[in-house]
Ligand binder design. Structure first.
Ligand SMILES: [Ca+2]
Length: 219
């Protein structure tokens, strides 16, 4: 084994320890990463846009953006990267992993919060801590326009109605002169409270089904 190979293995092991992906899973992800990047060390949005399996995904753009969103790297930075390396790629992939049976309730709760934060960031595109009607509209419009069965105006109306409902749940006694500024993270958590989304949030676009990628190195 050459020196650079040893180094790669070390990096993989470190990533595995940090993320809970097994060494084997890291190798598979790395292979796919190199394939997508055209054997380069970094990957760009254009690289991900070429993934055919993502074409039909209604939130394709949001998923791609999420990979380059610095908030998802948890190092306190904001903004969007032009390109990302393999380690950053794996960190984002980590958000799509389901919980395992061995996890404690606290770990599961922490994981859920992290996933919710990831989803929240996907919608809060300007990172001001609130999902405004405009931001929400953009997602709904995209979702509905993909189906092709509904016009832009109708999509807007649906988004407005849904937002109004969210507002009435979160601020039940809003006065007519009050303005609903949007969904905060706390509201967002409240809205999704009853929804079991931890194990459902997975993506298949990398030819790697994240729903079978469990945390830990036991398999
Ligand atoms: Ca915002």
């Amino acid at each position: 084994m050459g020196a650079s190979q040893t180094r790669t293995e070390d990096v993989f092991q470190e990533l595995s320890d940090k993320t809970g992906f097994s060494l084997e899973q890291i190798r598979i992800l790395h292979k796919r990463f190199r394939q997508l990047s055209g054997e380069e060390d970094t990957i760009s949005k254009e690289n991900l846009e070429k993934i055919q399996a993502l074409d039909k995904n209604p939130i394709r753009n949001q998923i791609i953006e999420a990979f380059f969103d610095k908030r998802n790297q948890n190092d306190g930075e904001v903004g969007s990267s032009r390109e990302i390396g393999f380690q950053q790629f794996v960190k984002v992939m980590c958000h799509f992993k389901p919980p395992t049976l061995k996890m404690t309730t606290e770990d599961k709760e922490a994981m859920r919060r992290e996933k919710l934060r990831f989803l929240f960031n996907m919608h809060d595109t300007d990172n001001d801590g609130t999902i405004t009607l405009d931001e929400y509209r953009k997602v709904v419009e995209e979702l509905l326009s993909k189906s092709g069965a509904i016009g832009l105006e109708a999509a807007k109306a649906i988004a407005d109605a849904a937002m109004l409902e969210v507002a009435s749940i979160n601020v039940p006694h809003m006065e007519p002169h009050e303005f609903y500024e949007g969904i905060t993270f706390e509201h967002f958590e409240q809205i999704l409270k009853g929804l079991e989304m931890e194990s459902r949030m997975n993506i298949r676009f990398l030819d790697v089904d994240t729903s079978t990628m469990h945390c830990g190195k036991s398999q």
